[in-house]
Design a binder for this molecule. Structure first.
Ligand code: NAG
Ligand code: NAG
Ligand code: NAG
Ligand code: NAG
Ligand code: NAG
Ligand code: NAG
Ligand code: NAG
Ligand code: NAG
Length: 764
């Protein structure tokens, strides 16, 4: 018992842990919606008073006792027996609230689970609308229909009172709504090829917050404010909003779809507040600028996004049209809603639902995952609530659920493994599909993971969240995962799920085509996090308005002339200063010690815990006999080795982009990187003759083909380079993060082992 509680206290760090465990102020991706005070962790607050924990143990143990007794004994420290009963359940509710957020592990010490039976009074009631024969045009009779039906609004205030997450999110949404209240309506801004997508998503974000806040208060000021926003986006406000015949920019249909969704939510959620005139105005605007263009898109070649587009476009466009149709079904008698539902649902099933490939990877990029899954989740949820079925959207692809696994593993210790394009601003787009998927696919760890994130607080979470969830997402979670589909082969390896300072390395191979033209020529690319900082990182999107940026993914595409998309702009091997072959088809191999984290947020990595991933990336290059690249963790996941075996007829470069300040030793074979007050040492092992680290700015070579317009600058980024002439080499670069308190003598120097001979024990 003592060991666990000490661990939660956050003061017994692993020997070389560098700072606060888990949530600290400087956190990047894994950060709470409302960060605790500087340098204090919630774990300290709740972990130190052992007495409080004993009380919680007694109460929660009473509620969850029968479960807890079957869980691992090392994590079951409550053992208060099954006192059971209603009284215990209601005190569990108050304890749950008392303990607060980020506290699940202390609360139950069980692996993730949904446990509705013992937590009945903390759960959603069953939806009274259970049609025996669901049909897309047979909608529930009460409003709202979309995502948040009446019976949930009735229950929500109670759940908020007993669930700390719902409580915190509710407060944040109210705060956000108040902030938006004081702003001018969203101003029309045509952003070239990106259209008015930001405008659409910002309007949608505001409408969700206004409508939510109204329904929680009955204060009509929120309805009035929502109306001002709708009027503005209909072109009936005080400032102009786009051309009269096409205000929602149907040529870039994502914009149209997101506006349609915003109007659908306003219409449906605030239905009882609108006068008949207002209702008819909202409908007429939505039909003219959203649904009618939607029919054109869905029945002519204009709708290119319907044809084999397994990516965010298909999800977002079909979802917006579906929400709009569901909102007005029955009120509008033209038949357009019925017509569209007959087109959007089968099309999304045949395309959007396939954007998760069989290993769970989202076929576009880690950032486009947000847009695509938000569309998929909104559409599935709206169909479920409005009509009682998702018509297969959630399960036609038996591997769709794995996209939750993808998202967890593509999230590094500081931020995403954000290869390829990053997409436009997110506004109404979040990762909260994880909360819906957690519930729908019975993967509570998705819910537990997402509820800790900064973007969890928004109206959808309030209705998707299953408050009977308990446990900790990291409890039993493997530190490594390998994604093997040939399209996106990649590896994710880390030293902890709950330490912002953890080591995280991710590397990809995969194809250079078939990725909705959001990828880079980046076979072999990697990111590295350690000590709370990203040492090897991505440059992200180029300017989407650059000519031919999205033209195609053939070898001679202008897209591959922009530095951020070229191979030289990636953290990989460059041959002859030339782009990779777009026809690359690498093969990979990997293994892992299979280490899983336990229930504690402080994880002491066993010394023999390791993982490695190797790829034959020869096919990605011209003018080579062979190129192989491997990455592995060493020394209990405190060091990383990247090894390249290259036989090339042309000159090569090893390249890595970093925000760090780089200082190269006189020998030229080691470099010291400094960033955010931390240090990373890089050393070449058995360096080939003449191999030396050099640096350059992140800019194109003067000899590169000229792009249609100049590149975006990459200020602050240094490229760390090893240049070598044609030849046959084994290049080994050892990454030693300077963990606080770890003496130099504790770093290991691994033997040289050829990639083909790597195994879990080959470097012991
Ligand atoms: C939601 O948050 C608002 C603002 O903090 C608060 O006034 C309201 O009481 C909360 N709702 C519930 C049901 O607690
Ligand atoms: C919503 O409020 C939270 C808490 O104040 C804040 O961190 C967040 O940035 C706000 N979100 C938006 C979109 O304004
Ligand atoms: C708002 O009004 C509805 C309908 O009259 C009512 O059921 C609900 O309890 C009210 N909510 C609040 C927060 O007053
Ligand atoms: C905006 O004005 C047009 C033209 O009067 C009208 O047809 C439409 O219904 C109005 N829409 C809204 C949302 O006010
Ligand atoms: C979509 O893909 C299928 C299978 O690859 C193919 O048969 C079909 O022709 C494609 N449709 C379009 C419109 O490209
Ligand atoms: C540099 O830092 C920015 C901001 O955190 C980040 O977005 C970018 O990916 C980093 N670049 C590199 C090369 O690490
Ligand atoms: C691909 O795009 C480039 C311009 O970026 C163009 O020159 C080329 O013809 C296109 N190829 C195909 C097959 O469309
Ligand atoms: C791999 O290991 C075996 C057995 O130790 C050895 O015979 C072989 O030469 C090694 N292969 C390479 C490529 O080093």
């Amino acid at each position: 018992m003592t060991a666990n509680y000490n661990a939660i206290g956050g003061n017994s760090l692993s020997p070389y842990g560098s700072g606060d465990p888990y949530y600290n102020e400087s956190s990047g991706f894994i950060s709470p919606p409302q960060p605790p005070k500087k340098r204090t962790s919630n774990w300290v607050k709740i972990g130190v008073p052992v007495l409080i924990l004993v009380i919680i143990g007694a109460v929660v143990g009473g509620v969850l006792g029968s479960r807890a007794s079957s869980s691992k004994s090392s994590t079951n420290s409550h053992g208060a027996g099954n006192a059971g009963g209603e009284a215990a359940a209601s005190s569990a509710a108050s304890v749950k609230l008392e303990v607060g957020r980020f506290a699940t592990a202390t609360n139950t010490f069980t692996s993730p689970t949904f446990n509705p039976s013992v937590n009945a009074d903390l759960a959603w009631p069953k939806d009274p609308f259970q049609p025996s024969n669901p049909s897309p045009t047979n909608v529930r009779t009460d409003r709202p229909r979309i995502i948040a039906p009446q019976y949930k609004w009735k229950t929500l205030p109670n759940l908020i009172k007993s669930d700390p997450y719902l409580k915190g999110w509710n407060t944040t949404i109210f705060g956000n709504a108040s902030d938006y209240y004081g702003l001018q309506p969203v101003k029309y801004f045509m952003d070239g090829d990106s259209g008015i997508l930001d405008n659409a998503r910002e309007v949608k974000m505001r409408i969700k917050a206004f409508a939510y806040t109204f329904l929680m208060t009955n204060d009509t000021k929120w309805v009035d404010r929502a109306w001002v926003e709708l009027q503005n986006a209909a072109g009936n406000g005080t400032t102009p909003f786009g051309p009269d015949d096409d205000k929602w920019n149907s040529a870039h249909f994502l914009d149209t779809a997101e506006f349609t969704a915003a109007f659908a939510i306003a219409y449906d959620w605030l239905y009882a507040q609108w006068s008949d005139t207002q209702k008819s105005q909202i409908r007429s605007t939505m039909i003219k600028y959203g649904l009618q263009p939607g029919v054109v898109q869905s029945t002519t070649s204009a709708g290119w996004w319907r044809n084999n587009i397994t990516g965010n476009w298909n999800c977002v466009c079909n979802s917006g049209l579906t929400l709009g149709s569901l909102a007005i079904l029955g009120d509008d008698t033209s038949g357009i809603a019925e017509q569209l539902l007959g087109l959007t649902i089968p099309n999304a099933k045949a395309n959007c639902a396939l954007a998760t490939i069989d290993d769970g990877t989202w076929a576009e990029t880690a950032n486009y995952w947000y847009f695509g899954t938000t569309g998929h989740a909104e559409m599935s949820s709206a169909l479920l609530t409005a009509t009682g079925s998702h018509y297969g959207l959630l399960d036609i692809n038996p591997n769709f659920y794995k996209t939750g696994i993808y998202h967890m593993y593509v999230a590094g210790a500081t931020s995403l493994f954000n290869y390829g394009d990053h997409g436009p601003n997110k506004f109404s787009t979040t990762a909260n599909c994880m909360i819906l998927y957690g519930d729908q696919y019975n993967h509570p760890e998705f819910t537990l993971f997402q509820r800790e994130q900064y973007d969890a607080a928004e109206p959808w979470s309030m209705f998707w969240y299953n408050p009977t969830v308990s446990g900790a997402f990291w409890d039993g979670a493997a530190l490594d995962h390998f994604f093997d589909n040939g399209l996106d082969q990649w590896a994710s390896m880390r030293s902890s799920w709950t330490d912002n300072a953890a080591l995280y390395v991710a590397m990809k191979a995969g194809k250079n085509q078939g990725l909705q033209t959001h990828n880079d020529l980046d076979v072999g690319d990697f990111v590295l996090d350690a000590l709370g900082t990203r040492w090897a990182g991505e440059l992200g999107s180029g300017d989407y308005r650059s000519p031919n940026y999205f033209s195609n993914d053939t070898q001679d595409s202008d897209r591959w002339k922009y530095y951020r998309k070229m191979t030289e702009g990636q953290n990989t091997i460059l041959v002859n200063q030339a782009n990779q072959n777009v026809l690359a088809a690498p093969t990979v191999n990997h293994d892992s010690s299979g280490t899983t984290q336990g229930s504690s947020t402080v994880f002491n990595v066993p010394q023999d815990s390791t993982a490695f991933w190797t790829a034959d990336i020869t096919s990605a290059y011209f003018g080579v006999s062979s190129v192989k690249r491997g990455v592995r963790l060493l020394n209990g996941r405190k060091q990383v080795l990247i090894q390249d075996e290259i036989a090339s007829q042309d000159a090569i470069q090893w390249r890595m982009h970093t925000n760090a300040t780089v200082s190269i030793a006189d020998s030229g074979t080691s470099a010291t990187l400094s960033l955010d007050g931390q240090t990373l040492q890089l050393t070449m092992l058995s360096p080939p003759d003449s191999a030396k680290f050099t640096t350059s700015d992140a800019v194109r070579f003067p000899t590169d083909p000229t792009p249609p317009v100049p590149d975006q600058p990459n200020p602050g980024v240094t490229v760390l380079i090893i240049s070598l002439p044609a030849g046959t080499y084994t290049l080994q670069v050892l990454f030693n993060p300077q963990w606080s308190g770890m003496p130099a003598s504790d770093f290991v120097t691994p033997p040289t082992v050829s990639l083909d001979n790597w195994s879990l024990t080959s470097h012991n």
